[in-house]
Design a protein around this ligand. Structure first.
Ligand SMILES: Nc1ncnc2c1ncn2[C@@H]1O[C@H](COP(=O)(O)OP(=O)(O)OP(=O)(O)O)[C@@H](O)[C@H]1O
Ligand SMILES: [Mg+2]
Length: 281
């Protein structure tokens, strides 16, 4: 099967604050692909470059070098018109729903904005689609007339997910979509994403610092450290038989009440992998 997304030798640099010439490389030589319908997790500690990769794919941060292909089309340096046409197929859910929801607009207005940008907002079919989507993500029927501030964090994230889905995208970049939520809401939103994945046959690039979150969710895992991929594999292989010491450390320090993971951590510690984690299991 041909790739939906292909990232080749991606490098992103930022200018160092206070310096006119010096730069730091936030992403360095990163290559991976995402197949249609696949969920790929991108994990790594804070500052490892996860969001920067996501933002480059979304066209928000220009790469220094490398190549980004979507359905075989080079989108590394896209024009505004190309960006608009790609937006139909490539969407995002951020950690903070306010990054994609305008607090001054109703949910109905927020959700019809992507449709309007594509010239599809006025049709009755589009309105029907919006109502159906809100039902699918578990929001009350009167939601379109209400404002984002009237919803809980979990509900707002459901609205952001509905907004990401409204154009029927092929890939959604999810950047820590559950990290700001409490544990039970986190589980409910993850379950929702999992259900929607089948219903909409959408792929996810799921960015998280917490490997445990994607343990029962992702097909494949990419492990990022200081801007470089250090390990890549099927989720079972990465979680149960990690090869790189950094991956082992990520697993050992994940603070999650997951029995499978707890057992893995305990075993890891017994094998002497985990010398940094002082916490109790
Ligand atoms: N706009 C920017 N200007 C300068 N430096 C940046 C910018 N964005 C990110 N960086 C730097 O690039 C590196 C990678 O940042 P990035 O946000 O991609 O990490 P992350 O893995 O998403 O971290 P987190 O888990 O905290 O969200 C960091 O050192 C960060 O300080
Ligand atoms: Mg980030």
């Amino acid at each position: 099967m041909s790739d939906l997304l292909k990232v080749e030798d991606l490098a992103v640099e930022f200018r160092i604050a206070g310096s006119r010439r010096r730069t730091m490389r936030a992403v360095d030589g990163v290559s991976f692909s995402v197949a249609p319908g696949e969920t790929v997790a991108l994990v790594g500690e804070s500052g490892s470059g996860k969001s920067t990769i996501g933002r480059s794919i979304l066209g928000l941060t220009p790469p220094r070098s490398g190549r980004i292909e979507f359905e075989g089309r080079d989108i590394t340096h896209r024009t505004r018109a190309e960006q608009r046409s790609i937006a139909r197929d490539l969407q995002v859910v951020f950690q903070d729903p306010y990054s994609s929801l305008n607090p001054a607009k109703t949910i109905g207005q927020n959700l019809s904005e992507p449709l309007r940008a594509q010239g599809m907002a006025s049709s009755a079919a589009a309105r029907e689609r919006m109502h159906a989507l809100l039902r699918q993500v578990g929001l009350p029927a009167d939601s379109p007339d209400r404002y984002p501030s009237g919803f809980s964090g979990g509900q707002r994230q459901r609205i952001a997910i509905a907004r990401a889905l409204i154009l029927g995208p092929k890939l959604i970049v999810c950047d820590e979509p559950t990290s700001a939520l409490d544990v039970s809401t986190q589980a409910a939103v993850l379950q929702l994403l999992r259900d929607l994945r089948h219903e909409f046959q959408v792929s996810y690039l799921f960015i998280t610092h917490d490997l445990a979150v994607v343990r029962h969710f992702a097909d494949r895992v990419l492990v990022l450290r200081q801007g470089r991929l250090v390990e890549e594999g099927d989720v079972e292989q990465i979680c149960e038989n990690p090869q790189h010491p950094y991956t082992r450390e990520l697993i050992a320090t994940a603070p999650v009440p997951d029995p499978v993971l707890q057992r893995a951590r305990r075993e890891a510690r017994l094998r002497g992998w985990d010398e940094t984690d002082q916490g109790s299991l």
